[in-house]
Design a protein around this ligand. Structure first.
Ligand SMILES: [Zn+2]
Length: 122
């Protein structure tokens, strides 16, 4: 017994719907991959872990005299374990993720305390 034209249409719509769902799922995977690669925190982490980022940190540590950049703190800090702070927070200024004009080195306590606030004292 063959399907009526209506039944064939319904079956065809279900197949199309499944194909669309599959395509959307594939797009979501690709979108996640793109976001993972380009989102600002990932971009910053890659730069920080690169030779360029490590060299910048060494030079910046020297330029700051080996001290925390937060003026009211200013305590001596070891290069290892010090934090790179985004003066304008990454969460609000993602385009400045790896702009060295927006970066400075702080002790961990100051960086964590600062969170996403802006402290213009450099
Ligand atoms: Zn500090």
């Amino acid at each position: 017994m063959t399907d009526s034209p209506f039944e064939e249409l319904v079956k065809s719509l279900f197949k199309t719907s499944r194909r669309v769902d599959t395509a959307l799922a594939e797009l979501r995977v690709i979108a996640t991959q793109i976001n993972t690669k380009y989102e600002p925190r990932a971009q910053f982490n890659r730069w920080r872990d690169s030779e360029e980022g490590k060299l910048w940190k060494q030079e910046q540590h020297q330029a700051q005299g080996g001290c925390c950049a937060i003026a009211k703190c200013g305590k001596p800090i070891q290069l290892k374990g010090s934090h790179i702070d985004h003066i304008k927070p990454l969460s609000r200024f993602p385009h400045l993720a790896v702009d060295t004009q927006n970066l400075r080195i702080t002790c961990p306590e100051c960086n964590i305390a600062k969170s996403n606030k802006i402290t213009m004292v450099a």
